[in-house]
Design a protein around this ligand. Structure first.
Ligand code: AMP
Length: 612
């Protein structure tokens, strides 16, 4: 185990660069840093402003633009313009299905609830990780331009409700953008730090962080003790925000003006947003678009949005209930997100918690500023703040294709525990090899092997049915206990190792440097391996289907399916990611109706057997 200050102050990158804090948002993203006087500041790249719209546009030649220029394409070229990529990070198609209409670009349905979504633009498949990496790259470039120095290291924030897979995806996006991600920090934690809450390790507080952005709302209840932030509860609605306020104004104007037929929706929406912002500091908005009257007073506005605001208050109630607290237990309320500038929001939140809210820091910037502070603490620059023991390298296991699956990320506070569930990939598999590694590279062969053992005696079941829980417990002495349990049968195996045994600081440093140097190659190699694994599984499933249910298909269907399988096999051999994914997509699209037909058949057979 190492103190953060040891292994992070010896690296050569350390002395030359600045560690930045990044708020990678659904609508907008921004970067902050700590200036030489120790003050957190947001980066304002000349002429471009502070907020970078989280939008990516691809033109016909595959040229990419990010930010304001990309946002202009949202209306002109929606199919090639990706917005809200944060909603896709670490998600599978199944997770997003019910919201598909919200996205104007193409999300691939790969009929696999395990694999992460991909987006197809032209002939190329992109993962949300790659798209987020493009946004992060733009942020890095702006920071480098403004600060006139290299920026290689960052702390990135995520919502408190992000799961493990969404956090890992965010880390990977950073890595692909050429950033060494020191830590993923919860947005509410960062926002509290920006207000100085939690900086003093002797302080014990319970706080609520209310975050209302353009399209998302969440509230988190945090307990801070000994400098550690614990999330007690979160609640919210990922499709509620300031955009709803704009829409309410637009609907009101449409009704007031008796508009029908061709309505200039986009202009009305922009005007509505202008009105909403103006009503944060005046009582009447009165303008025109052509001969449409765009008039609204504050009282009307507040009555229009009251239901939505009350919905956020209900979420606060639920969060408190989950945390087993009441409003009076909350010591501080921190306001985050542009929509908390709305007076009614401030008023209602403050009334509910029965105290004034913290809103003196710009709510668009507060998370990034806090992330910069966290980065500064991690870099060992803040001598006034206690550094906790952390694990210097990530700990994980080998998965299909020799990939590293991180279970405990580096820089996690020790002691810690984390786990994940795995399954088998072959029918009737009774043993599972578990190989434990430490390091930051995507392929385990580049990392340091700590242990290998086999979980034996898994009952014979079809692939995907066994549930194997792998848990890592890292105790305060730096001993890592690895537990593997097959949940259906209870078979169990346990191994202890000491990850730092024989590991020198220089080695740690070299491993960290290599991880940044080879990040791009690593991630692209991993994407190929993942595509191949997905392709292999698809071949396995379809061939099994043909063997079992061959008679169910007609001759033409059988031969075309076989043709598509052969194409996929060739693509897998060629190791070209887009070719593999296209072949998977084609096979999937063609065979999906068969599975549905089979299901209908099975259901109607079952019904036939029953007496109704
Ligand atoms: P964020 O997602 O945190 O960047 O928040 C963006 C949202 O904040 C958008 O819906 C904006 O219209 C809204 N917003 C920005 N400024 C104000 C303001 N002065 N009053 C009300 N809403 C605002």
């Amino acid at each position: 185990m190492a103190k953060v200050s040891i292994n992070l102050t010896t690296g050569s990158i350390q002395k030359e660069d600045i560690i930045v804090g990044i708020d990678l948002g659904t609508t907008n993203s921004l970067v902050a840093f700590i200036d030489p006087n120790g003050n957190a500041k947001v980066i304002n790249d000349t002429g471009k402003g502070v907020l970078v719209p989280s939008v990516v546009h691809f033109d016909a030649n595959g040229e990419v633009v990010v930010g304001n220029e990309a946002r202009d394409f949202l209306i002109q070229d929606p199919q090639h313009t990706i917005f809200s990529v944060k909603r896709l990070l670490g998600r599978s198609y199944q997770d997003l299905q019910s919201h598909e209409a919200y996205f104007s670009y193409r999300i691939i349905d790969d009929a696999n609830d395990e694999s992460l979504v991909k987006i197809k633009v032209g002939d190329t498949f992109y993962t949300p990780i790659e798209l987020s990496a493009l946004i992060l790259k733009e942020l890095k470039a702006r920071a480098e331009h403004a600060l006139k120095t290299n920026v290689n290291r960052a702390v990135i924030t995520v919502p408190a409700y992000f799961n493990d897979s969404q956090r890992q995806a965010t880390r990977d996006a950073g890595k692909l953008a050429g950033l060494d991600v020191l830590r993923i920090v919860n947005e509410p934690t960062a926002a509290s730090l920006a207000y100085g809450i939690g900086l003093n390790p002797d302080e014990q507080k319970t706080i609520a962080v209310y975050d209302l952005g353009g399209g998302t709302f969440d509230v988190s209840i945090l307990k801070i003790e000994n400098g550690i932030f614990e999330v007690l509860a979160t609640n919210g609605n990922t499709f509620l925000g300031g955009d709803d306020f704009d829409r309410a104004i637009v609907d009101y104007w449409i009704a007031q003006n008796n508009l029908s037929g061709e309505i200039p929706m986009q202009e009305l929406r922009l005007k509505a947003e202008e009105a909403k912002k103006a009503l944060s500091h005046q009582n009447l908005f009165n303008e025109k678009i052509g001969d449409i009257f765009c008039t609204i007073d504050k009282q009307t506005f507040e009555s229009l949005i009251n239901d939505k605001v009350q919905e956020t208050i209900s979420a606060c109630k639920n969060a408190l209930k989950d945390a087993e607290l009441t409003a009076s237990d909350i010591d501080e309320i921190v306001m985050v997100g542009g929509s908390t500038r709305t007076d009614l929001v401030k008023k209602e939140v403050s009334a509910f918690f029965e105290k004034p809210v913290n809103d003196s820091i710009n709510p668009d910037e507060v998370v990034a500023l806090g992330a910069a502070l966290q980065a500064d603490v991690l870099s060992g620059n803040r001598k006034d703040i206690l550094l906790l023991d952390v694990t210097p390298l990530s700990l994980g296991i080998e998965t299909m294709g020799g990939l590293m699956d991180t279970i405990i990320p580096r820089n996690s506070k020790v002691p810690t525990k984390a786990g994940r569930q795995y399954t088998t990939s072959i029918d009737g598999q009774v043993n599972m090899k578990i190989a434990v590694y430490q390091g930051e590279r995507d392929l385990v062969k580049e990392n340091r092997k700590l242990a290998e053992f086999e979980l034996k005696g898994i009952p014979s079941m079809p692939a995907g049915l066994p549930k194997v829980d792998i848990n890592f417990l890292l105790n305060a002495d730096g001993i890592l206990r690895i537990q593997a349990v097959e949940l259906r049968s209870g078979v169990k195996q346990e191994v202890d190792v000491k990850p730092t045994y024989g590991l020198k600081d220089e080695e740690v440093e070299q491993m960290l440097l290599d991880a940044v140097t080879y990040a791009k190659d690593d991630v692209s190699q991993r994407m190929v391996v993942e595509a191949k694994t997905e392709g292999d599984q698809m071949v396995y499933t379809v061939e099994r289907f043909l063997n079992k249910n061959g008679s169910f298909l007609n001759q033409e269907e059988t031969s075309h399916t076989k043709e598509l399988v052969t194409k996929l096999k060739v693509a897998i051999k060629n190791t070209n990611k887009d070719e593999i994914l296209s072949a998977i997509d084609a096979l999937n699209e063609y065979t999906r109706p068969f599975a549905e037909r089979l299901m209908d058949e099975a259901v109607s057979q079952a019904m036939r057997g029953k007496n109704i």
